[in-house]
Design a protein around this ligand. Structure first.
Ligand code: PGA
Length: 285
């Protein structure tokens, strides 16, 4: 399988003399948990608006400040190809689809497949977002099928999990998220796990302006890592766990300071380049 985020890992040109050093660096990077900020645009931005937003990011994002943080942009599907092309020579910024069908091709009007997403050189697919679960009735056994398709096409998965307000209020949040993880991830290998990013997104915090406290998010992330360790052993230490739900420039740094929060999945704030850049810099510090 191709190196995950191969584009992002190329820090210097390969020559015979630095080839060994590069291998060592890559081996090291593969062992280190990646810091990631992903922008989920949802169903926002026309073609021109989307291109303009990426061009503004390309103009203004200071890659020295971004450092080793990986940035992912997840636009609506009509924008996947032009944005992938725009970013082709920008190490450090990857492109993710927001969903895909579990089958490779066929009579599934309105759907796109992981194979199609791979064919335009995108890097990843978001799966299991609570909006897909709620409005399109996706459950973890369907999400697992989609994950198989995505990994078979050598793409990364951003797997979303999270509890509803009701589930948190009744104290079931930890059990709910654990069940989601165990159902969706049960049939995957440690090799697969290298290409899975988990995003904890409490449903009550998505698009509501109500952000989880560091304590609430941290408690869940620590538990998610324990569950991942149970499923995938040591590989879990290298898996990134992102927090999502009303992350904004003014709360990002505090959340990202928690040792088990490896970055964020950003909705509303990823639609404004200044806000998105501030959140990226908050993680890069
Ligand atoms: P939000 O969305 O940042 O607008 O709350 C996050 C998400 O749904 O991924």
């Amino acid at each position: 399988m191709a190196l995950p985020f191969a584009k992002s890992l190329c820090f210097c040109p390969i020559t015979a003399s630095n080839c060994l050093a590069l291998n060592q660096i890559q081996n090291h990077l593969e062992m280190v948990r990646k810091k990631i900020v992903a922008g989920n645009w949802k169903m926002n931005k026309s073609y021109d608006e989307g291109i303009a937003l990426v061009e503004q990011l390309l103009d203004e994002l200071d890659m020295d400040k971004v450092g080793e943080t990986h940035v992912i942009i997840s636009p609506p599907s009509v924008l996947l190809q032009p944005i992938t092309e725009l970013l082709m020579f920008t190490p450090g910024i990857a492109v993710a689809a927001q969903n895909c069908h579990q089958e490779e091709s066929g009579a599934y009007t309105g759907e796109i497949s992981a194979r199609m997403i791979k064919s335009i050189d995108a890097d990843a697919v978001i799966l299991g977002h609570s909006e897909r679960r709620e409005y399109f009735k996706e459950d973890d056994s369907l999400i697992a099928k989609k994950m198989k398709a995505v990994l078979a096409n050598e793409l990364m998965v951003i797997y979303c999990c999270g509890e509803s307000f009701e589930e948190r209020k009744t104290g079931n949040h930890i059990a709910v998220v654990e069940k989601q993880l165990r159902t969706a991830l049960a049939d995957f290998s440690t090799k697969d796990a290298e290409n899975i990013i988990v995003a904890y997104e409490p449903v009550w915090a998505i698009g509501t302006g109500e952000v989880a406290t560091v304590q609430q998010a941290g408690e869940m992330h620590t538990h998610i890592r324990k569950v991942l360790a149970d499923i995938f052993g040591d590989t879990s230490q290298n898996m990134s766990i992102l927090y999502g739900g009303s992350v904004k420039p003014d709360n990002a740094a505090e959340l990202f300071a928690h040792p088990d929060i490896d970055g964020g999945l950003i909705g509303g704030a990823s639609l404004k380049s200044n806000d998105f850049m501030s959140i990226i810099y908050a993680l890069s510090k």
